[in-house]
Design a protein around this ligand. Structure first.
Ligand code: THU
Length: 150
């Protein structure tokens, strides 16, 4: 089990936040995640004139997770422009759940919480598995976190 250096994660999220492209909201966000193998991945929000096309910081973070080798997220932090932890939006909770599973820890404004509390009753790979709709046997929900195998 990789130990969690929350200060390093926060620092990485703050660095990412400073790169945000948010001319429409003026609300920069940076997200950082610790992967099971110790890698730290990060992302910032990238807005668009078509507002709904905006990419959240967590989306960029997950993209980097996959691009840099995959694996499961064990801890995630997102910060706002004041460098304070911000609550991930609903869609981002789903993204984090997919790649971290129920045990992934998230630094919420109120403190650290597992994804099982951040997104209770989550829809996940287990729902597909339950009707045989998962293409391969693996399901993340019985493991420490999704390991990238479908
Ligand atoms: N935002 C994120 O990047 N992540 C979240 O979890 C919440 C919202 C961004 C999207 C948009 O660019 C700005 O914050 C204001 O909603």
């Amino acid at each position: 089990m990789t130990s969690i250096n929350w200060d390093a994660l926060l620092g990485s999220a703050i660095d990412a936040m400073k790169r945000a492209y948010c001319p429409y909201s003026g609300f920069p966000v940076g997200a950082a995640g610790l992967a099971q193998d110790g890698r730290i991945v990060s992302g910032c929000n990238v807005e668009n004139a078509g507002y709904g096309v905006t990419l959240c910081a967590e989306c960029g973070m997950v993209s980097e997770l996959i691009r840099s080798g995959g694996g499961a997220l064990v801890a995630v932090v997102a910060v706002n422009g004041d460098e304070v932890p911000v609550s991930p939006c609903g869609r981002c909770r789903q993204l984090i759940y997919e790649h971290g599973g129920p045990s992934c820890l998230v630094l919420m404004p109120e403190g650290v919480a597992p994804m099982s509390e951040v997104l209770p009753g989550a829809f996940g790979p287990h729902d597909l598995d339950s009707v045989g709709a998962l293409p391969a046997p693996a399901s993340s929900d019985t493991k420490e976190g999704y390991d990238g195998a479908l």
